[in-house]
Structure formats: structure tokens, C-alpha cells
Design a protein around this ligand. Structure first.
Ligand SMILES: [Zn+2]
Length: 309
């Protein structure tokens, strides 16, 4: 009997009379590659009703006035359901924290006339392909995945913003990507630089959007650093699989270290969460203006700014 459990996502070898480990190492990237190809073709994958935001955007539901115009953002709250993500020393779960910040950010962006779609709006687990499909179906102009960090040490603190790359900026960035990728079945461990298939995977990171993705990551880093008064940890690159199947500029932000007791305490507060949401909204709106300007879209005033209450 086949010794792999097949779902479109990622394949884990099952103990038993399966192939030797050498073959497993190759099989994983192959299936991972296949799954991403499926994802790339998944435009017909209907997003579930709960993921849709029926509030009309600037051009009404699903239809922009100007197809080039920045008007749709997909926000992805990390983890959910059985997957708690990181957990702080006093028990705050990443999945709950990031959902709350995501909803606060969504409210701010909607007040500014941006159409916002959430990959999840409750405590439930979503597969990688569901998250990606929501973004691609919506033809979003930006995909933003929101997470909180963890470290084996209690010391690290501060925010990190990422855009996708096969090569991690450093060991810490690689470890962060591996931890976040774990939610999708150890996909992150498929990234063996010595494996020629890894190079093919790299092509699935949409290079045309890399510049804009890094631009957003920089804007978000600058805004978030003003909220979290810690030494800026900088914009980094790492192979986050959730950013790889999306056909638009994308970024993943780590809004603080849950493993730092002081930071966890602050992250429990509404004030900190709202400040983080406001900072991210400012970054999105600045990015939107630049995005429109580059595409020659005429700039009319949006219906508000991120700080409008
Ligand atoms: Zn996470």
C-alpha cells in the first residue's frame, strides 16, 4: 500500500515498509512542486463563503473600477484550530493574537475604502491551498500573512517583516520559516539547497512581484518599529511556503516575540494590538499610493486614512 498520505498540500512519509529515506527526500520536493503547480492553476478553486467580504470596495464586489488600481487586500491570520502557533509563557496563543490584530487591521482598511478579504475569521485551521486560493481568487493587490514570533531564548523581541525567497537571510530567518511552515506539514524541510528541484521551486516565487513585496516589507518594518520600541530586526527573506503560490505582492509579518514575557504582556493589551493594526494600515495605504502611481492610476482621495476612527 502506498506509504504517503496524499492531500494537495504536503506529503509526509509514513513509517513502515516504505521507500528508503534517500528516496523520501526526493519524493517530498516532487510532490511539493506538484502541489504548487496545482495551486498555481487553482484559479477555479472557489473561495468559501466565509472568506468573502461582501462589503463593496471602491468598484463594488469583485470588480474594480480600474483593474490596475490597488483596491483589494487579502489578510491571512496565521494558524488556527488545532494549530496554536507559538504560545507565550503565560499562555497567549499566536492563533488568537494574530486573528484579533488581523480583524483590527481589516476594519481600518475598510474605513479607508480598501476591500479586505480574510482567509479566516474564526478559530479554524486552513490548509495552505485554501489560503492561497482565497488570495488568487480575489486577484488581490497584496497578500499579507500575520504571525507572532518565537525563540528558544526568552530574550529576542521586536518585529520582523519578510518576503519570500528560497535563500534565508540568516539562520534565525530560516528557523522562523521552518517553524511557520510546520503548520503545512513540514513543507519547509523540502528546501534542501543541494537538491536541483529546489531551483525549480524558486521559479514559483513570482519574481515579477519580488520588488514590490520587498517594498511593502520595508514600509511595514518602518511603521511597526515605531510601535515596538525595540532595535529594528529588519526586513528579511526566507522560504515561507504560504507566500509562494500567490500571484501578487506578498509579505509575512511577525508582530512580536510571544516567547519574550514582557512582549507577550504588551501583546495582550488592546492598545498594543490597535497600534500594530494602525501601523500596518499605514504601510498598506502608503504602498497603495505608490502602487497606483507606478501604474498611472489617477489618485483620488480615499475615503479616509488609517488613523480615521
Ligand atoms: Zn506563525
Amino acid at each position: 500500500m502506498a506509504q504517503t498520505s496524499w492531500r494537495i498540500g504536503f506529503v509526509e512519509p509514513v513509517d513502515g515498509p516504505g521507500p528508503p529515506s534517500r528516496r523520501v527526500r526526493i519524493a517530498r520536493p516532487v510532490l511539493f512542486l506538484l502541489s504548487l503547480v496545482v495551486l498555481a492553476a487553482a484559479s477555479s478553486f472557489a473561495s468559501p463563503a466565509w472568506a468573502r467580504d461582501e462589503s463593496p470596495g471602491r468598484g463594488g464586489p469583485g470588480k474594480a473600477v480600474d483593474p490596475d488600481r490597488f483596491d483589494v487586500v487579502v489578510l491571512d491570520a496565521g494558524h488556527g484550530g488545532h494549530d496554536d502557533g507559538a504560545t507565550g509563557p503565560s499562555g497567549l496563543h499566536e492563533k488568537d493574537l494574530v486573528l484579533d490584530v488581523t480583524k483590527r487591521l481589516a476594519r481600518r482598511l475598510r474605513r479607508s475604502g480598501i476591500r479586505v478579504i480574510l482567509t479566516r475569521s474564526s478559530d479554524e485551521f486552513l490548509s495552505l491551498e485554501q489560503r492561497t486560493a482565497v488570495a488568487n481568487d480575489a486577484r488581490a493587490d497584496l497578500f499579507l500573512s500575520i504571525h507572532a514570533n518565537a525563540s528558544p531564548s526568552r530574550k529576542p523581541r521586536g518585529v520582523e517583516t519578510y518576503f519570500a525567497s528560497l535563500d534565508a537571510t540568516d539562520d534565525a530567518a530560516r528557523a522562523t520559516a521552518e517553524r511557520e511552515n510546520d503548520a503545512f506539514g513540514h513543507a519547509g524541510r523540502s528546501f534542501d539547497p543541494a537538491d536541483p528541484l529546489t531551483a525549480i521551486l524558486g521559479d514559483l516565487i513570482e519574481t515579477e512581484h519580488l520588488l514590490e513585496s520587498s517594498e511593502f516589507a520595508k514600509l511595514a518594518q518602518a511603521e511597526l518599529s515605531e510601535v515596538v520600541r525595540a532595535r529594528p530586526r529588519g526586513v528579511k527573506q526566507a522560504p515561507f511556503v504560504v507566500l509562494m503560490g500567490v500571484r501578487m505582492p506578498s509579505s509575512l509579518v511577525e508582530i512580536g516575540f510571544l516567547t519574550n514575557p514582557d512582549e507577550e504582556k504588551k501583546l495582550r493589551r488592546k492598545r498594543r494590538r490597535d497600534a500594530l493594526a494602525k501601523a500596518l494600515a499605514e504601510a498598506v495605504l502608503t504602498f497603495a499610493e505608490r502602487y497606483d502611481r507606478r501604474r498611472g492610476v489617477s489618485l483620488s482621495a480615499r475615503s479616509g486614512s488609517a488613523s480615521t476612527r
